[in-house]
Design a protein around this ligand. Structure first.
Ligand code: 2NL
Length: 344
């Protein structure tokens, strides 16, 4: 038995030595150390040995098994190292090849305009507020002095979800909600940017969905001159120090009196050209003093509080600032259009 084990050992070690691949090696491992291998067989046959011989032979068998296992591991390591070296030699990387450019995304022109306008008003002490795009008839119309049947509702036809729920036609309901939250006893100074909807047919200057930024300042002794001062500051910071503003009388159901604001035309310095249609002025936004009924419905006593409000369309502002000729460019997402305004 001893001789048989020694012979097995020599035979196995030769085979390990001759193995050329990891696969060969695995086969050697299975045939010598496996459950059906010769060493297991020797150990199984030990029952027939005498009590003196059994431990001696057992020890030898374990030793032989250990030696074979050790050699198998050593050879495995050697084969793996050789394979890795071969791979490193053949798979070289040419680090001098030019890199592939990475496409970087960026913010949309309208988002940039809205952020810039927000920052200007934050600088004047306004807070930024947002609200739901699906609104109730009450907040979208009633609370803004547009009762059912009012003719001004016709200009703001919308998409209705139910009789009472609709896609908001302006961001004013966010302001009506905020005044309600403030319970009529503290000042409100806010702007609200966001998406609004109208039942309209899309063309170069109309879109069924567009963006609005509205502002509201309610406090004791707020006057028309405060509105003019704030809007003048905004126009000069946004369009340039050299721009003049003018207010013309207008009408909105939620303000009284109401105004429209123009800025002097940059192209002709007010002399008259095709951009300003020979008037020297370009319309930017609408506003006015908050109608007493709107204050009252929101819980503010119009004998104590007064306020101004205004609203503008960032699409129109962007079109004027950059000479964009079609409102649909903002929504069709042609990357060539958008990239002109967002250099990375
Ligand atoms: C425009 C004109 C305007 C307002 C919006 C407003 C909001 C409240 C009360 C009173 Cl809560 N008024 N908003 C007032 C006047 C004009 O928007 O041409 N927007 C694009």
């Amino acid at each position: 038995m001893k001789e048989k084990l020694q012979a097995l050992r020599a035979e196995a070690l030769t085979q390990v030595e001759q193995a050329e691949t990891l696969n060969d090696l695995q086969q050697v491992r299975v045939s010598y150390l496996g459950k059906k291998g010769p060493i297991t067989e020797v150990l199984r046959g030990m029952g027939q040995l005498s009590a003196e011989e059994r431990p001696v032979l057992g020890e030898l068998a374990n030793k032989v098994r250990g030696e074979i296992a050790e050699e198998l591991d050593r050879k495995k390591q050697a084969l793996e190292t050789a394979a890795l070296n071969e791979q490193l030699k053949t798979e070289t990387i040419d680090v001098t090849l030019p890199g592939r450019p990475v496409q970087v995304g960026g913010s949309h022109l309208l988002s940039d305009i809205v952020t810039e306008i927000e920052d200007l008003f934050i600088g004047m002490g306004f807070e930024v507020r947002e609200g739901p795009e699906v609104e109730t008839d009450y907040y979208n119309f009633e609370a803004l002095n547009l009762p059912k049947g009012h003719p001004a509702r016709d200009m703001q036809d919308s998409f209705y979800i139910t009789e009472d729920l609709l896609l908001r036609t302006h961001t004013s309901p966010v302001q009506a909600r905020t005044m309600g939250e403030y319970k009529g006893n503290k000042p409100v100074k806010m702007i609200c940017p966001g998406k609004v909807y109208r039942r309209d047919t899309d063309d170069a200057t109309h879109s069924h969905q567009f963006t609005q930024i509205e502002g509201l300042y309610v406090d004791k002794n707020v006057r028309m001159s405060d509105l003019k001062g704030v809007l003048n500051q905004f126009a000069k910071q946004f369009f340039g120090e050299e721009r003049e503003i003018r207010l013309r009388p207008s009408f909105f159901p939620f303000t009284e009196p109401s105004v429209e604001m123009d800025i002097s035309c940059k192209v002709c310095q007010g002399k008259g050209c095709s951009v300003c249609k020979q008037t020297g002025w370009i319309e930017i936004l609408g506003g006015g003093m908050v109608h007493p009924s709107v204050l009252e419905m929101a819980g503010y006593d119009p004998n104590i509080y007064s306020g101004f409000a205004f609203g503008m369309g960032p699409e129109r502002i962007a079109m004027l600032k950059y000479g964009v000729d079609d409102i649909r460019h903002f929504y069709t997402n042609d990357i060539r259009f958008l990239q002109q305004y967002h250099q990375v």
